[in-house]
Design a protein around this ligand. Structure first.
Ligand code: ADP
Ligand code: MG
Length: 754
C-alpha cells in the first residue's frame, strides 16, 4: 500500500487551526487602523525624525524638482537607521524586481569596524553605520539575473537605486530581529532597465505628463480647480489556492512546476457553485488573518477576502493606490501569503491553472487615473460638465486597446496563463473592451449627434436625475452617468466597471508591473493623439470649448467602434465576429510574445520613452526563453512522475490482479473478472509506456535546438500536446488503479483537506 499518501491524508485531516496572537489593547484586539503602517518608514515618520530643511528638500526631489544631494541622503539614511534599529533591524537591503516574476534582496548588516589608535596601538571597535550612498545605491552581483543578452556575464555590473516614491519598511524576522527594506530599481551600468520597476516608472511618467497637458487644454485657466498632477491608480484582485502543505509535498508536479500535470476531477468540484462567497474554512481563515495582520503592519491596505469559484480557491483585494505603490504591495501580499501559509502548514498556489477542470486564478488589475485634486479621470460623475473630460479619457483608453490590444495580450502571456485564457473561465486571446449598456448608449448618441435616450435603449433609469444646466442642444445633451448603474460582464478581458477599467486577463502569478507598463504606455500614446486633435480644433483659443471637445470625442468614438464588445466573450460567435472586425485572436504565448516586436508597438514604446530597442529585444528574449524553460521543466517532471510513480503503481496493481486470477484458478474458479480488468488496463498502460518514451526522446532531441524562438514553438506545438495525451492516460489509470496503491494525493484530498 502507498503508506506515505495514506498517512499524510489522515494527518492533514487532524490538523487544527494555528493559534494566532493578535496585538491587544485594553484586553481587546487592537483595531487595524492602529496597527496600519507600523513597520513603514512613512512620510510622517520621516517628517518627525528629519530636520525640517532636509525633509523639505526630500519632498522637492519627489516632485522631480531636484536630485537628492549627499547631505540629504546621509540625513535620511541616519534617520532610517535609528528608526529601524529601534524596531530590531540588524540589516538593510535594496529590494528590487528582476525579470523573473519575483523580488530580490541581499542583506547587509549595519556592522562596521572602526579602528583608532590609543597610545600608539590600534583599537578596533564595532559600530552600526548606514550611509547616504548605501541608501541610494548598491551593486549586487547581477550576472545571475535574466538580462536577455543585454549584459554578457563578464560585464555583469548592475545597480540597484532607491526608488524614493516607495517608502522603506521593515520585515520582521526570527527572534525579534528585522531587516530594513529599501524599494529599488535595478539598472545596468549603461542605465538599461533590468527590472519591472524602472519601465513602470517611465510609463507612468509618460502618461502623467500628457494627461496633465490634456487637462490643461480643457480646464479653465487660472482656476483653483486646475490639476497640477496626474497619476495612475491600481487595485489588484489576487486569486490563489490554498492546500495542505504535507499533501503538497507528495506532489512533485506542484512542487516543481506549480501545477498538477496529472490528476482527474473528483465527481464533485465546483459544479454545485457552493464555494464562491461561502464560509471560509477555519484553518484558512486563521492563516488569512495572520497574513492580513502582517500586511497591515506593512501598510498594505487589504480590504476584502472571500472564497473563489473553485474549491480551495480564495481572493484577496486591497484598497487601490497609486500604481507604483500598488505593485510593490501586491508583491508583498504574495510574499506574505506564501510565508504565513507555511506557518499554518498550508501551501499557497499562485499558478494560473494548478488544477485542470476547475477555474484557474487571475489577478484583475483595476486601473484608472487620478489628479492631485483627488478626482478620478474615469469617473463619469453626476456632473454633466465633467462628462467631457471623462469621455476624452475614455475614448483615449479605447483607442489604446484598439491600437495595441496585441501588446496588452503579450503583456499577460506566459506558459502558465495559457492554460487559463480561453478556458471558459477567463477571457480568450482577443482583447476587446466592455462598457455596459448605459455608456454604450451615451457613446452611440454622441456619435450619431442625437440626445441620449436611455428609455429607447431599453434602459429604465428613473432614478437618474438630470440636474444642472442643460447643455446646448446643438452639441448634445449628456445626462449624468451614474457609475453604480454600469452592468457587469464577467467574460470581457478589459471591462469598464463604473469608474475604472478592470484588466481581467492578467495572470495570478505574474507581477502586475509589465501589463500596467504596457497599458500606461499605450494610453499615453493615444492621449498624445487626442491632445493633438484638441489643439488643432481649438485653434487660438486658450482652452478647448465643449463643442471642440465633443468633436474630438465623436471622432474617437467612430475610430474605436471595433474594439467595443458587449456580448459573451466566451462564445464562438465572438471569435468569428472579432475576426471580421480585424481584431487578432492570439491563443498561445509564443505568438503573443512576437507582438512585442510589431513595428507599431515598438515605435510606440520607444516614442513614449518606456523601452529602448535593446531593452525591448531583451524583454522578448527573456519571455521566450522563460516559456521554453517552463514547458521543458514540466515535461521532465512529467516523465519522472510517470516512470517512477504512475507506471509502477499500475504494474503493481496488474500484478495483484494476475496473482489473484491465477490463485482463483487453483481453487477451480475459471472465469475471473480480474482478467477482464487486466485486459482493460493493458492498452492504457501500453500506450502510456509508449508515449512517455516518445516524450523522453523528443526532449532529448530538443536539447540540440539552439534557437530559443524555434524551441519555444516546438514546446508549444509538440511538447504540450503530447503531455496532454499522456495526462489523459495517466488520469484513466488514476480512476482504475486501487486507491491504496496510488502514490499521489488526489484532487479531492487536495481540495478538501484544509
Ligand atoms: P468590483 O470589481 O466588484 O467593482 P471593487 O469595487 O471592490 O470591486 O474594486 C475592486 C478593486 O478595484 C479594489 O482593489 C478597488 O480598490 C479597486 N478600485 C476601485 N476604484 C479604483 C480606481 N479608481 N482605480 C484603481 N482601482 C480601483
Ligand atoms: Mg472586480
Amino acid at each position: 500500500a502507498h503508506q506515505a499518501r495514506i498517512n499524510t491524508v489522515v494527518e492533514s485531516l487532524t490538523r487544527g487551526p494555528r493559534n494566532v496572537v493578535f496585538p491587544q489593547k485594553n484586553g481587546q484586539v487592537q483595531p487595524v487602523s492602529e496597527i496600519f503602517g507600523q513597520n513603514v518608514f512613512t512620510r510622517s515618520e520621516m517628517a518627525k525624525m528629519l530636520p525640517k530643511p532636509v525633509y523639505k528638500t526630500f519632498i522637492q526631489t519627489l516632485k522631480g524638482k531636484s536630485k537628492i544631494d549627499k547631505v540629504t541622503a546621509d540625513a535620511i539614511a541616519h534617520a532610517a537607521k535609528v528608526w529601524s534599529i529601534e524596531r530590531g533591524a540588524t540589516h538593510f537591503t535594496h529590494w528590487f524586481q528582476p525579470l523573473n516574476d519575483s523580488t530580490a534582496e541581499k542583506h547587509d548588516s549595519f556592522l562596521t569596524l572602526k579602528s583608532s589608535f590609543v597610545d600608539g596601538s590600534e583599537v578596533v571597535s564595532a559600530i552600526d553605520t548606514f550611509s547616504g550612498s548605501q541608501l541610494l545605491q548598491s551593486e549586487p552581483d547581477a550576472s545571475s539575473f535574466p538580462s536577455g543578452g543585454m549584459r554578457s556575464t563578464f560585464e555583469a555590473r548592475g545597480y540597484t537605486v532607491w526608488d524614493t516614491k516607495s517608502p522603506m519598511f521593515i520585515q520582521e524576522g526570527p527572534h525579534g530581529t528585522s531587516v530594513l527594506y529599501i524599494p529599488s530599481v535595478f539598472i545596468s551600468y549603461n542605465g538599461q532597465a533590468l527590472d519591472e520597476k524602472s519601465v513602470l516608472l517611465r510609463s507612468s511618467e509618460a502618461l502623467e505628463k500628457v494627461a496633465l497637458e490634456l487637462l490643461n487644454v480643457i480646464e479653465p485657466k487660472d482656476s483653483d480647480s486646475r490639476s497640477n498632477l496626474v497619476y495612475t491608480t491600481l487595485g489588484t484582485e489576487q486569486e490563489y489556492f490554498l492546500i495542505d502543505r504535507s499533501l503538497y509535498t507528495l506532489r512533485p508536479d506542484l512542487k516543481i512546476t506549480g501545477r498538477t500535470l496529472i490528476g482527474g476531477l473528483p465527481p464533485r468540484h465546483q459544479q454545485l457553485e457552493d464555494h464562491y462567497f461561502g464560509k471560509i474554512p477555519t484553518r484558512v481563515l486563521s492563516a488569512i488573518s495572520e497574513c492580513e495582520l502582517e500586511l497591515a503592519k506593512l501598510g498594505v491596505p487589504i480590504k476584502t477576502r472571500h472564497n473563489e469559484v473553485a474549491p480551495a480557491q480564495f481572493e484577496v483585494a486591497p484598497i487601490f493606490e497609486e500604481a507604483l505603490l500598488a505593485v510593490d504591495h501586491n508583491l508583498l501580499t504574495m510574499d506574505v501569503l506564501h510565508r504565513v501559509a507555511h506557518r499554518h502548514k498550508l501551501k499557497v498556489l499562485f499558478h494560473e491553472k494548478p488544477f485542470q477542470g476547475v477555474n484557474g486564478s487571475g489577478k484583475h488589475c483595476n486601473w484608472s487615473m487620478s489628479t492631485d485634486k483627488g478626482e478620478n479621470l474615469l469617473d463619469p460623475s453626476s456632473n454633466p460638465e465633467t462628462n467631457y473630460r471623462f469621455l476624452l479619457f475614455l475614448v483615449a483608453t479605447l483607442k489604446a486597446v484598439l491600437d495595441h490590444g496585441d501588446l496588452l495580450r503579450a503583456g499577460i502571456a506566459s506558459a502558465s496563463n495559457d492554460h487559463r485564457l480561453g478556458a471558459q473561465e477567463a477571457p480568450p486571446g482577443i482583447i476587446s473592451a466592455f462598457l455596459g449598456s448605459q455608456l454604450t448608449e451615451v457613446l452611440d448618441a454622441v456619435e450619431e449627434g442625437r440626445e441620449v435616450n436611455y428609455q429607447a435603449a431599453g434602459l429604465d433609469f428613473q432614478h437618474v436625475r438630470v440636474k444642472g444646466t442643460v447643455l446646448d442642444l446643438k452639441v448634445a445633451n449628456l445626462p449624468p452617468i451614474s457609475r453604480d448603474l454600469t452592468d457587469r460582464n464577467r467574460t470581457s478581458p478589459f471591462a469598464f466597471t463604473g469608474n475604472k477599467f478592470e484588466f481581467r486577463a492578467v495572470g495570478s502569478k505574474q507581477s502586475p508591473s509589465f501589463p500596467m507598463t504596457l497599458l500606461n504606455s499605450a494610453v499615453a500614446k493615444t492621449l498624445t493623439e487626442v491632445l493633438a486633435d484638441l489643439n488643432q480644433v481649438k485653434g487660438d483659443k486658450p482652452v478647448a470649448s465643449e463643442e471642440d471637445q465633443l468633436q474630438v470625442i465623436r471622432k474617437y468614438i467612430k475610430l474605436t467602434k471595433a474594439v467595443r464588445f458587449e456580448g459573451d466573450n466566451y462564445s464562438d460567435e465572438w471569435v468569428q465576429e472579432a475576426e471580421k472586425r480585424g481584431l487578432v485572436n492570439i491563443k498561445k504565448s509564443p505568438d503573443a510574445f512576437a507582438r512585442l516586436l510589431r513595428k507599431e508597438n515598438k515605435d510606440m514604446l520607444k516614442e513614449m520613452g518606456v523601452f529602448s530597442e535593446a531593452e525591448l529585444d531583451s524583454r522578448y528574449h527573456i519571455l521566450v526563453e522563460k516559456y521554453a524553460k517552463d514547458v521543458t521543466i514540466e515535461a521532465q517532471t512529467m516523465i519522472t512522475m510517470i516512470i517512477q510513480q504512475v507506471l509502477p503503481a499500475a504494474y503493481e496493481y496488474r500484478r495483484n490482479l494476475a496473482e489473484s486470477a491465477s490463485f482463483m484458478k487453483t481453487v477451480g474458479v475459471e472465469s475471473s473478472p480480474e482478467v477482464d480488468l487486466l485486459n482493460e488496463l493493458t492498452p492504457i498502460v501500453s500506450s502510456l509506456q509508449k508515449d512517455i518514451t516518445a516524450l523522453k526522446y523528443l526532449m532529448v532531441e530538443l536539447l540540440d535546438v539552439e534557437d530559443i524562438v524555434k524551441l519555444a514553438d516546438r514546446c508549444c506545438n509538440e511538447v504540450l500536446p503530447k503531455m496532454q495525451v499522456i495526462r489523459e492516460l495517466a488520469d484513466k489509470l488514476e480512476r482504475n488503479v486501487a486507491d491504496k496503491l496510488w502514490p499521489l494525493p488526489k484532487y479531492t484530498e487536495l481540495f478538501l483537506n484544509i
